[in-house]
Design a binder for this molecule. Structure first.
Ligand code: MN
Length: 231
């Protein structure tokens, strides 16, 4: 087989204690999944079914990489998130079986063009342009924990230049990992290599050129991103 140009390479993420890498297939993200963040976005928390958006696989950014300040925004935001790595194919998965589809977890940062997101939201338009831009999906090294969940009191924290901006525990999620994987699989067949960002707690805020942003989740490798000037 020959191609007109070089096809998309396989994007992958390092795995703790494993020489083989996790090949990434698709990137799904949950919106509004921590009550305090829902309030800071101007909504009342309700236990509505989780909703999803996506990022392109080539938006992945590994630990330690720098990202350019993106175009079309003056309000570029961090969002600390637990990322679920899916290891098994399935559809219409019951909540009680959903953890069987988990390969492991990573710390992530759902980089967001907040001003653009609000403008799109207010017009009832899709969020894609505010969420799925180049270098918008930061994911750290995956900790393999097949079939398991992290303890509810696990802390998720984000610092910018060493100063804390976000701090919560995973049990404050509106929908837990099993419920999210089950809901996702009701809509699309999940496949090994899929990643699921599970939403961010309160404290989201702006990043500027020169900032160094780190997400830490207990038991997982931290993930650090440096923000550069506009490309
Ligand atoms: Mn998010």
């Amino acid at each position: 087989m020959t191609y007109l140009f070089e096809p998309l390479p396989t994007f992958s993420i390092a795995v703790e204690g494993e020489t083989r890498r996790f090949p990434v297939r698709r990137i799904f993200c949950v919106g509004r999944n921590y009550a305090d963040h829902i309030k800071e976005m101007g909504f009342q928390p309700e236990r509505e079914p989780p909703f999803f958006f996506t990022k392109p696989v080539d938006a992945l950014v590994a630990d330690g990489a720098a990202v350019a300040y993106p175009p079309l925004t003056e309000n570029f935001h961090h969002e600390a998130e637990l990322v679920v790595a899916i290891g098994k194919a399935g559809a219409e998965i019951p909540v009680e079986q959903a953890l069987d589809y988990v390969y492991g977890y990573a710390a992530g940062n759902d980089l967001t063009r907040r001003d653009l997101q609000f403008a799109l939201r207010d017009r009832g338009r899709p969020w894609d342009w505010s969420k799925g831009f180049d270098a918008s999906a930061v994911v750290g090294t995956i900790m393999p924990m097949p079939g398991r969940e992290l303890p509810g009191d696990t802390r998720i924290r984000l610092t910018v230049n060493g100063e804390q901006r976000q701090d919560a525990t995973l049990d404050t999620m509106v929908w837990n990992v099993a419920e999210i994987v089950s809901a996702l699989s009701a809509s699309v067949a999940v496949k090994p290599g899929d990643l699921v960002f599970t939403g961010t707690p309160a404290g989201v805020g702006p990043l500027v050129a020169g900032d160094v942003c780190t997400v830490e989740i207990g038991g997982l490798a931290s993930v650090t991103t440096a923000v550069g000037p506009r490309a």
